[in-house]
Design a protein around this ligand. Structure first.
Ligand SMILES: Cc1ncc(COP(=O)(O)O)c(C=O)c1O
Length: 294
């Protein structure tokens, strides 16, 4: 991680993704971790810092307009909503403070980084939240009375968004087998076969089971959906939070047919603990779908 020095200090991501977290219990002392960079970086006036994150720092969030801490009395530890009590990483805080201090908050262009990604910026639509995006997609791509397949147990807003929009929810139950969940493909196919089934909400990694779908599982699910013309809405909000030994595979990355038959949803909010910013995006390569949703 490299920081630019001087009054206009901002963080530059190392290869856009390298964030190194290390647990320390001492108070944060930036200078302790600052070291001069040699060679070309030094000539450009760069300072290198080892990135330290204090996971055991307690932040008192009561009385700070926090939804999580406004529902239950003080003697209850609220664990009902998915924002954690860790501070966002220091580079995120620094970048925000620098931006806030500018004092002008106008429209922003599509970032240069996005233009360099594998994804065409034309396929991306920014939305306030994944759930808002899912609601737009459900309303654009199905009719009241149509079926939506989900896998249960599921994140409760999936059933709410279906009920509130007059859709019928079909639950493909995940089967607890030993210490992991398995998919009942036969049941999944039965549900997709129904001509009123128009959408499947895939949640990968799955909330709440934590199941990270393998390529084989995704391929099997995707093929069933293709066979019965069921569009896949892939909620991949937890994609960065997989335990070792598992790998998140974006559904749309498997093949072009799946990419064209799906809409993917993402948000940096879980990874960097910034859910209050409403920074989600949906991505789809099928232009008609893009048009209908936007
Ligand atoms: C699977 C899943 N999808 C979506 C959300 C909410 O996303 P957003 O705040 O972007 O609407 C959550 C929040 O916990 C979640 O667990």
């Amino acid at each position: 991680m490299v920081y630019q020095s001087g009054p206009d200090r901002k963080c530059l991501w190392d290869n856009q993704k390298a964030v190194f977290y290390k647990c320390r219990s001492r108070a944060y002392d930036e200078n302790r971790h600052r070291e001069r960079v040699t060679g070309a970086d030094e000539e450009r006036g760069m300072l290198k810092m080892s990135l330290v994150h204090y996971f055991d720092e307690v932040v008192n969030r009561r009385g700070t307009d926090s939804k999580k801490y406004s529902v239950y009395p003080e003697d209850v530890i609220p664990m009902w909503i998915a924002d954690s009590d860790f501070k966002a990483p220091q580079p995120v805080v620094d970048a925000l403070v620098a931006r806030m201090q500018q004092g002008v908050y106008g429209y922003t262009p599509i970032s240069e980084r996005l233009k360099k990604a594998d994804v065409d910026p034309e396929w991306v639509e920014f939305v306030p939240g994944v759930i808002t995006g899912l609601i737009c997609a459900v309303r654009a791509l199905s009719q009241p009375g149509d079926n939506i397949v989900i896998q249960s147990p599921c994140y409760p807003p999936f059933s709410d968004l279906s009920d509130h929009n007059g859709r019928h929810l079909l639950r493909n139950k995940l089967v607890l087998t030993g210490d992991h969940y398995e998919i009942d493909f036969e049941d999944f196919e039965e549900k997709c076969k129904d001509p009123r089934t128009k959408l499947f909400i895939l949640c990968n990694p799955q909330n709440p089971t934590g199941h990270v779908f393998t390529k084989e599982e995704l391929t099997k699910l995707g093929n069933i959906c293709m066979k019965y013309h069921v569009i896949v809405l892939a909620d991949e909000i937890h994609q960065d939070l997989v335990s070792s030994g598992h790998k998140h595979i974006p559904f749309a990355s498997i093949c072009e047919e799946f990419e064209q038959n799906s809409v993917s949803f993402m948000n940096p909010s879980k990874t960097f603990n910034v859910p209050g910013f409403r920074t989600a995006a949906l991505q789809t390569r099928y232009s008609r779908m893009q048009f209908m949703i936007s």
